[in-house]
Design a protein around this ligand. Structure first.
Ligand code: GLN
Length: 289
């Protein structure tokens, strides 16, 4: 088949990305070379991918990657696919740290429930200044393996470093901790960022068609809506430096619950909510005084 025929036949499946991937070309190539004919090998690759896509599997899992903050992150079924809303969270952390850098150095940042590592790795790439230490935790060892692979790919070792840069320049510039929320974390931080499972059960059930491909543990609380964030608030107070800041990605319907947790477990802090590009309350900012 030609590109034109494939685009027409499978347009409902958002086939462009798959086609560009199989042809190893940019998307633009497809529209400039519509009469280009695929080889047999490429055709069989495409039809395998189409089969998965027809069952509803997200394109990111079929391709094995997702672009986030301009970087290409490896993803598989062990990690949530990075969302555009989360780019807004990363931007908020970068803004905050850029503002507060003059006041305090070094800064230590922790990303709780890192998944693919997209938040902490984007921060490490976006905040190249010296004196920032990056940490990330996850309850899932399989997710940590993906995050470490992404760190190695995206934070290459410094070529001039004698040890190949493993310690300083490379992926190990981020320290990964296997932990349920903050249970195994033994240090304090200036900034704690998290995108913990927050999808309300009702919404999860009604969106199961789209969400069932992704790890349930990363999306929904098995016990009670927003309970992971309740546990986070209980634990986080003991891990923040004076003037520490917490930045969270949240469900828009969870503001009241989160404010309650803050008042109960971090009574001296202040909480503020921010909207995402869809005008939904998507982020919480908690500052210690
Ligand atoms: N934003 C994701 C969704 O609605 C949920 C991410 C999360 O639970 N942390 O699909």
């Amino acid at each position: 088949m030609t590109i034109k025929q494939i685009l027409k036949k499978y347009h409902k499946l958002e086939i462009e990305l798959l086609l560009a991937h199989v042809l190893k070309k940019q998307k633009e190539f497809l529209y400039l070379n519509k009469d280009h004919r695929l080889t047999n090998r490429q055709m069989s690759q495409i039809s395998q991918m189409v089969k998965r896509r027809e069952k509803g599997e997200p394109i990111a899992y079929i391709l094995g990657y997702k672009d986030f903050m301009g970087h290409r992150f490896k993803v598989n079924k062990d990690v949530l696919i990075p969302r555009p809303e989360t780019e807004g969270l990363v931007e908020k952390v970068i803004e905050h740290i850029t503002r507060s850098m003059e006041q305090k150095n070094p800064i230590r940042i922790l990303d709780v429930g890192t998944g693919s590592g997209c938040i902490i790795i984007s921060l490490a790439k976006g905040l190249r200044a010296k004196g920032i230490e990056f940490y990330a935790s996850d309850i899932s060892k399989k997710a940590l393996a993906v995050a470490k692979a992404n760190a190695r790919n995206l934070l290459p070792p410094h070529p001039s470093s004698p040890s190949g840069g493993e310690e300083k320049g490379g992926g190990l510039r981020i320290k990964f901790i296997h932990s349920d929320i903050l249970q195994n974390v033994r240090m304090n931080f200036d900034v704690i960022v998290a995108n913990l499972p927050y999808v309300p059960k009702k919404y999860y059930v009604s969106s199961i068609k789209y969400l069932r491909w992704e790890p349930k543990i990363a999306l929904v609380d098995p016990i009670k809506d927003f309970d992971v964030y309740r546990r986070f608030f209980i634990e986080v107070g003991g891990h923040l430096n004076p003037k520490g800041v917490i930045l969270l990605e949240i469900d828009p319907s969870s503001r009241k619950s989160l404010k309650g947790y803050q008042q109960k477990f971090l009574p001296k802090a202040k909480i503020k909510f921010h909207k995402d590009f869809n005008n939904l309350w998507r982020y919480a900012e908690i500052k210690l005084r």
